[in-house]
Write a protein that binds this ligand. Structure first.
Ligand SMILES: Nc1ncnc2c1ncn2[C@@H]1O[C@H](COP(=O)(O)OP(=O)(O)OP(=O)(O)O)[C@@H](O)[C@H]1O
Length: 326
């Protein structure tokens, strides 16, 4: 099994399940994600559907479980939040098992952003989707730090002001902005923040971005929120890159100021789409990049999309190419 060849031309055709239904399924359960009350229901449904179950018992455990399961199971399902999903995909990636080993999702986290993007709504419905959902091949993002191995992400790679979960985030903000609500509320730290001198160079040529940024988001499964909502196309072979320029702190600090910026000041937002970007910081120090909430430190890195690298069943409300999707 080899990692997907991103250089091969891909089309929208023939992306439905080529391999038939998986015969063996392992559910990797994070029993402490979210509010931790999903465990008993997931154990019962896993047994009812005749799947195997392994539970994590420490941070990062899901990576090892998934890597080892890749040679034993046709499908490995992550039950948890975005961090658990990321870890399971990371394990499958490390085993060079994608896309042959199918991925699956049972939502058991706080936000469940990626699950929502692919039409997966609840624990019960997710088992129905595993049983007879349409299997799609969706894109996966990867980050490669200075010659190391690529590290996958499903939703986004974010640098700059990081997404420390904030008690100030209201349910309404979370509903509308997802993980970016946390980012927005951490903007209050902006007064002490110097910004990042960053250059983003699309490998395929075309316009990049260079300057001082407060926040950079490379979105795969999650677009940047705006008036039209966060519609994203996870099968377009492109990352949706959004840069928020660093601005005088006085412009931004204060309750809800960033939300106003999202809505009313598009000039400080720059967007581009790319399949493969070389990213470098002009400072001597590395910055922290959040891959679905898991942190990586780097000064120079490559962020790219692996088109159709992840085979997974999706919910009935999943829209292949959403209107206005990026
Ligand atoms: N048994 C365990 N004990 C402690 N931590 C664990 C265990 N299993 C996994 N973890 C850690 O839990 C973290 C959080 O998981 P995850 O992101 O899936 O849930 P969440 O934060 O509740 O949801 P969301 O990301 O959707 O907001 C991961 O970083 C993972 O390493």
């Amino acid at each position: 099994m080899v990692p997907p060849d991103t250089d091969a031309p891909q089309t929208d055709m023939d992306l439905d399940d080529p391999a038939g239904a998986p015969e063996t399924t392992l559910v990797v359960l994070n029993p402490v994600s979210g509010d931790g009350d999903h465990g008993s229901q997931v154990r019962a449904l896993t047994e009812q559907y005749g799947y195997d179950l392994r539970e994590t018992d420490r941070e990062g455990d899901a990576i090892d479980i998934a890597r080892e399961a890749a040679s034993e199971f046709d499908r490995v399902v992550a039950c948890g939040g975005d961090g658990t999903l990321n870890h399971v995909v990371r394990g499958l990636w490390q085993a060079e098992a994608l896309p042959e080993v199918e991925f699956g999702i049972v939502p058991g986290g706080t936000g469940n952003d990626f699950a929502e993007n692919v039409g997966i709504e609840s624990v019960e419905q997710s088992f129905e989707v595993l049983a007879d959902g349409e299997v799609r091949s969706v894109d996966l993002g990867t980050v490669t730090v200075e010659g190391g191995s690529p590290i996958p992400f499903l939703n986004s790679c974010i640098c700059g002001l990081t997404a420390d979960a904030s008690a100030a985030t209201t349910p309404e903000q979370k509903q509308r902005y997802g993980v970016f609500a946390y980012v927005a509320n951490s903007m209050r730290e902006l007064a002490a923040y110097d910004g990042l001198d960053i250059t983003i160079r699309p490998a395929e040529g075309g316009e990049g971005w260079s300057g001082r940024a407060a926040l950079v988001i490379f979105g795969n499964g999650r677009g940047f929120p705006d008036q039209e909502g966060p519609a994203v196309d996870i099968e377009d072979g492109l990352l949706d890159v959004t840069v928020i320029e660093d601005r005088p702190a006085a412009d931004l600090v204060g309750g809800g100021a960033l939300f106003e910026l999202f809505d009313r000041d598009p000039d400080s937002l720059s967007r581009l789409q790319t399949a493969h970007a070389e990213v470098s910081l002009r400072s001597d120090e590395a910055a922290t990049f959040s891959l679905d909430g898991e942190m990586v430190s780097a000064r120079e890195l490559t962020v790219e999309v692996r088109r159709n690298a992840l085979r997974m069943p999706v919910g009935p409300d999943y829209v292949v190419h959403p209107p206005g999707g990026r």
